[in-house]
Write a protein that binds this ligand. Structure first.
Ligand code: ADE
Length: 224
């Protein structure tokens, strides 16, 4: 998979992809992540990427020209499965959307800033608008990093144990059951006996029961 991220703050996207699973996914060739600075496509002599909004009002708007130039350059090089705009008024990001995006070959992600982008960008170029939650971030970069992380870990081969993404919370609309590791007892707190029993059928049943119990308690909406 190839992911192109368009931003006015490329430095915000340096660390999220340079450690652990995201770094390994790139090293192993499962994903290429390219971060582009929108400012490099400004033809304005001050390299401006934003302007006052028509009709007045507080806050700047990201200009159409540099973003359109960058999107058109990338689109001329390859076909994109989706051209995504990160915005609090987009479709709410959840596991089903991650699964679907992970099947794509090329994704482009535009990060918004200030008051957002000129609406004509959204109308003419964007194929999908995503919100990572009902709150407003200072910009779309952290939201884009969330989407990339959640999608890339689903690409076959990225996780060491291929089954571990399948048993993630949400994959079957259930939260994950509790997990434990050594020691079997800490300050009087014991690991449930069943997990030490060696009876794998019983352990599997216990995990299913716990997953269901946890989902009922914390996210009953998932069971609807
Ligand atoms: N940009 C600012 N807030 C955002 C959010 N909640 N989701 C996606 N992009 C955003």
């Amino acid at each position: 998979m190839r992911i192109d991220i368009l931003t006015v703050l490329p430095q915000l996207l340096e660390s999220p992809f340079s450690a652990s699973i995201m770094q390994r996914a790139q090293d192993k060739g499962h994903v290429e992540i390219h971060v582009h600075n929108i400012r490099d496509y400004s033809t304005n002599k001050h390299k401006n990427v934003d302007d006052y909004q028509y009709g007045g009002g507080a806050g700047m708007v990201m200009s159409i020209e540099p973003i359109a130039a960058l999107i058109e350059k990338l689109k001329a090089e390859r076909n994109y499965n989706e051209i995504i705009y990160m915005t609090p008024d987009g479709e709410l990001f959840e596991q089903g959307m991650c699964n679907q995006l992970s099947l794509g070959q090329n994704l482009m992600i535009l990060c918004g800033h200030y008051k957002g982008v000129d609406e004509r960008i959204r109308e003419h170029y964007i194929t999908k608008e995503i919100s990572i939650g009902s709150y407003v971030l200072s910009g779309g970069e952290l939201a884009a990093a969330v989407v990339v992380d959640a999608v890339v870990r689903l690409i076959p081969g990225v996780l060491n144990d291929e089954t571990s993404a399948l048993t993630d919370s949400f994959q079957d609309n259930l939260l994950s059951p509790p997990v434990y590791t050594r020691p079997p007892e800490f300050k009087g707190m014991k690991v449930p006996d069943v997990l030490l029993s060696g009876d794998f059928a019983k352990i599997e049943r216990w995990r299913e029961d716990q997953a269901l119990k946890r989902t009922k308690e914390r996210r009953p909406d998932l069971l609807d």
